[in-house]
Design a protein around this ligand. Structure first.
Ligand SMILES: [Fe+2]
Length: 375
């Protein structure tokens, strides 16, 4: 029987970020070194962070701006080098999935002796890293759910690999899911991030590791997001609130089940063609759903939550959302060469994701799916 566990203290809703300093007050007086890892200088000007960084702050606070997306082993090593002497007790990640993944990874690196990015690569592959600091997630793009999961994705383009840094002891101390931080986000990013969250929930629902709690969370996440996603086009706060809430619920759902075929197949599309993660998994939702229908119990409830009658209806809905937000809904549109599909299909079987899909995943099946979304 699959079980469920998630210890993250969650704060959710417009204005919830204001409670962060109060949480930090509970830190012992001799453990108040705080690193704020942010995606931009602008994020640091938020009143809460400006207050922490002020000279009279009762905390010893440093900041680091990390601008890359899809963080690599080399970039993580550089961020560690920049902050290892400061050796924070708490790392606050403010940004999208990249920032949160780097924040939680850094917590596992303080106190380690690392002389090079190669040293770091070896430790990640060995899988024996444990947290020496606590982290707080402040997502600014609803979608990744990274604030409530205990793993981080680190890319390793030199070795053509996607690595995962994971420890059950490295769940966040707290997550502040405040939709006010997402307002004004570019519509392409808002839509692809929301669809990424939908994929987390859908995949959690049918995953081999699914459980009753994850399934309930997943259905609620999908209803919450799909019911409001069209209102993102007019940048309504209600829509951002729904995306933030739905994305967190999806994160809680898949924190215990992980993802399946959509994510597995999407990774080489992102690594080799730069297709944004959310758009890549969104295009794969319908073909993977079609494959999983015969082996998923409760598919009627899943389709009802998605607001689609079948895989074809879902494909149309997702394609419309991508196109309306100004991004292609086919592989051809993203510049993928048809002659590359066989290779991409073979690379699409990633351990821990492909074998978590309810229907068996083979490269021939993947190639057929990639062909079905080619043009
Ligand atoms: Fe994802």
């Amino acid at each position: 029987m699959n079980s469920y566990y998630n210890p993250v203290h969650t704060f959710q809703g417009p204005g919830s970020l204001a409670q962060l300093p109060e949480l930090l007050q509970s830190l012992p007086k001799d453990q108040r070194r705080v690193l704020i890892l942010a995606w931009s200088e602008g994020a640091l000007r938020q009143p809460v962070f400006a207050g922490l960084l002020a000279e009279n702050s009762e905390f010893e606070v440093r900041s680091l701006v990390f601008t890359a997306s899809n963080p690599t082993v080399d970039q993580l090593f550089d961020a560690w080098k920049d902050t290892c002497e400061f050796c924070p007790h708490v790392v606050i990640g403010v940004g999208g999935g990249t920032i949160l993944d780097v924040a939680k990874s850094l917590c596992c690196l303080y106190g380690c002796e690392l002389n090079s990015a190669d040293d770091l690569r070896r430790r990640i592959v060995a899988g024996d890293l444990k947290p020496a600091a606590r982290w707080i997630g402040v997502p600014t793009t609803a979608g990744t759910g990274s604030e409530v999961t205990c793993w981080a994705t680190i890319w390793d383009p030199e070795r053509d690999a996607k690595r995962s840094l994971e420890s059950k002891e490295n769940y966040a101390w707290a997550a502040f899911v405040d939709p006010e931080l997402a307002q004004g986000m570019p519509i392409k990013l808002a839509i692809s991030s929301a669809l990424d969250a939908v994929a987390h929930a859908v995949e959690s629902y049918w995953a081999r590791r699914t459980n009753a709690v994850s399934r309930a969370l997943a259905l609620e996440a999908i209803r919450t997001i799909m019911g409001q996603i069209d209102n993102l086009f007019s940048d309504q706060i209600e829509a951002h609130d729904a995306m933030a809430r739905g994305s967190m619920l999806a994160g809680l759902a898949f924190s215990n089940t992980k993802t399946t075929a959509c994510h597995s197949i999407s990774y080489p599309l992102t690594m080799h063609y730069g297709i944004p993660h959310g758009a890549a998994v969104a295009m794969l939702l319908a073909p993977v759903l079609e494959m999983n229908v015969p082996v998923t119990s409760g598919m009627d409830r899943l389709l009802e939550a998605l607001g689609a009658e079948n895989a074809a209806g879902l494909k149309k809905r997702v394609s419309d959302l991508l196109e309306r937000s100004g991004q292609p809904s086919t592989l051809k549109g993203w510049g993928v060469r048809r002659g590359d599909l066989t290779r991409l299909a073979a690379l699409g079987i990633t351990k821990g994701r492909a074998d978590n899909n309810p229907a068996e995943l083979k490269s021939e099946k993947i190639e057929r799916m990639l062909n079905s979304i080619y043009e």
